[in-house]
Design a protein around this ligand. Structure first.
Ligand code: HEC
Length: 144
C-alpha cells in the first residue's frame, strides 16, 4: 500500500491525531463520572478542526501556563528585588525589570554553577531548574 494510492490517508491520519488531542476534553463530559466534577471542561466551541489550528491553540495555552508559573516564581524575588523586579531607587539590590533575558539567564546560571559569587543568590539560584530560570528571566525582561 502506497500513499499515492490512498491520497486521503494523510488527511485521515491528521483527523485521527486531532481526535486524540481532543479526546481528554471529550472524556470529561458529565457522564464521565466524579473526575469531571472538579474540572468542568468547557466544551470545544467548534466542531473538530484540522491539526495545525488545534496545535496552535494548545501551544498558546501551554505558553500561558508557563508564563503564569514564571510570574508566580518571580514573585519570590520581589522581597529583595522590588515588586515586579523594580527595585526602589535607594535599594542596594539591583533591579531586574526590563533587563535582557539573556543577561539575566547568564547571571542566574553563573550564580547557580558557582562562577559568580554572591551573598544569597548562589543559594537561591540553585533552587531553580535551568528551564525555570529561562522562564523567570523572560518574565522579568517583559516588565518594562
Ligand atoms: C533574599 C533576597 C533576594 C532574593 C529573594 C532574590 N535575590 Fe537576587 N539578588 C539579591 C542580592 C543581595 C544580589 C546581589 C548578589 C548577592 O549578594 O548574592 C542579587 C543579585 C541578583 C542578580 C544579579 C544582578 C546584577 O546585576 O548583578 C540577579 C539576576 C538576581 N539577583 C535574580 C534574582 C531572581 C530571578 C530571584 C528570584 C528567583 C532573586 N534574585 C531573588 C537578593 C535577592
Amino acid at each position: 500500500m502506497t500513499l499515492s494510492r490512498f491520497p486521503i490517508s494523510l488527511r485521515w491520519m491528521a483527523g485521527v491525531a486531532a481526535g486524540l488531542c481532543a479526546a481528554p476534553l471529550l472524556a470529561q463530559s458529565p457522564a464521565a463520572g466524579p473526575a469531571s466534577a472538579s474540572a468542568p471542561a468547557p466544551a470545544p466551541s467548534a466542531p473538530m478542526t484540522t491539526g495545525p489550528a488545534d496545535a496552535g491553540k494548545m501551544s498558546i495555552e501551554v505558553q500561558r501556563a508557563r508564563t503564569e508559573q514564571a510570574r508566580n516564581q518571580a514573585a519570590s524575588c520581589a522581597v529583595c528585588h522590588g515588586p515586579d523586579g523594580r527595585a526602589p531607587a535607594d535599594s542596594p539590590v539591583p533591579g531586574l525589570a526590563g533587563r535582557s533575558q539573556a543577561e539575566l539567564v547568564e547571571l542566574m546560571l553563573n550564580f547557580k554553577n558557582g562562577r559568580r559569587p554572591g551573598t544569597v543568590m548562589p543559594q537561591i539560584a540553585k533552587g531553580y531548574s535551568d528551564t525555570e530560570i529561562i522562564a523567570i528571566s523572560a518574565w522579568f525582561a517583559d516588565q518594562k
